[in-house]
Design a protein. Structure first.
Length: 293
């Protein structure tokens, strides 16, 4: 793939998406993990995909205290509950999702993996300890250059004072408590994990140090491919300032009508101010009147 030139760094940025998966156990003692929920969010935390994944094998450990998922999560609503929810004017699936905090969309493993991988193509993927997630998504081809794993970011570990690095990578909760003021209740005891919240927290951690992290990656792995870059939007104030500097429609029409009266008119307009152009056109009018008179 074509590499990004340094001249485009200021006007473009990487297209980033955050991923998090919840898993349940199958086999003896539930030691083998399979996908049960997948969530993908965008740069601003907007949900791009949130679905339950129907296990193709018998689940021996739902890990409900962590995932918030059990066998009833995949079962249809009872008749009485459906009738009660329909009185609110809300679709039963959406109402159920709001009640239990789980998505109403249920996909097979193959379809869920296909949709997720399609969303993550040509993107920088953000997440926390994505080793198991990538394995179950069969995403072995993903390059390190396009991965931002908060569990292994040295810049984020600086904020964890007094922590022994030999105990393994830090938890997402520890990073959120150290860096994110409004996310200190993430993964609090007695509360099941939400893959959407985990993905959003990882995205916030990335955005907090994005310039420094991208510079670190550039020095270690090289420039990003142009396929993963997107145009950086202008700040709102800058857009409003550009809008205020545009001439009024009548001024633009007037200058366009008189452009042929000045040699290489368009080039002149770029180098002089609007008030000076008005004086120039008024002077040309007077000269024409004097000649005809």
């Amino acid at each position: 793939m074509e590499k990004n030139s340094s001249g485009n760094q200021s006007s473009k940025r990487p297209r980033v998406r955050a991923l998090d998966c919840e898993m349940v156990g199958i086999g003896p003692k539930g030691k083998k993990s399979v996908l049960a929920r997948i969530s993908v969010v965008g740069r601003l935390g907007q949900v791009l995909l949130d679905c339950l994944v129907q296990p193709s094998e018998e689940v021996t450990d739902w890990r409900t205290s962590i995932t918030g998922i059990d066998a009833s999560s995949f079962s249809p609503l009872s008749e009485s509950r459906t009738t009660h929810e329909s009185q609110d004017g809300t679709e039963p699936g959406k109402r159920r999702a709001s009640l239990v905090g789980l998505p109403s969309v249920v996909l097979s493993t193959e379809e869920a993996v296909e949709r997720t991988n399609a969303l993550l193509e040509d993107c920088v993927v953000v997440g926390h300890d994505l080793r198991h997630d990538f394995k179950l998504l069969r995403r072995f081809h993903h390059r390190r250059l396009l991965l931002r794993d908060t569990a292994f970011c040295p810049l984020l570990n600086v904020g964890l004072q007094g922590r022994d690095s030999r105990s393994g990578p830090p938890s997402l909760r520890a990073l959120a408590q150290a860096w994110l003021e409004d996310w200190k209740q993430l993964h609090s005891p007695g509360r099941a994990h939400s893959s959407v919240e985990d993905a959003q927290a990882a995205m916030l951690l990335y955005r907090l140090i994005a310039p420094q992290w991208e510079e670190l990656v550039r020095k270690k792995w090289g420039e990003l491919p142009t396929a993963v870059l997107e145009r950086r939007p202008y700040p709102k104030r800058q857009r409003e300032g550009c809008r205020r500097q545009r001439p009024a429609p009548e001024d633009s029409d007037r200058l366009r009508r008189h452009s042929r009266c000045i040699g290489s008119g368009c080039q002149v307009y770029r180098s002089v101010s609007l008030s000076r152009l008005r004086r120039m056109t008024d002077g040309l009018r007077k000269r024409k009147r004097g000649r005809t008179g």
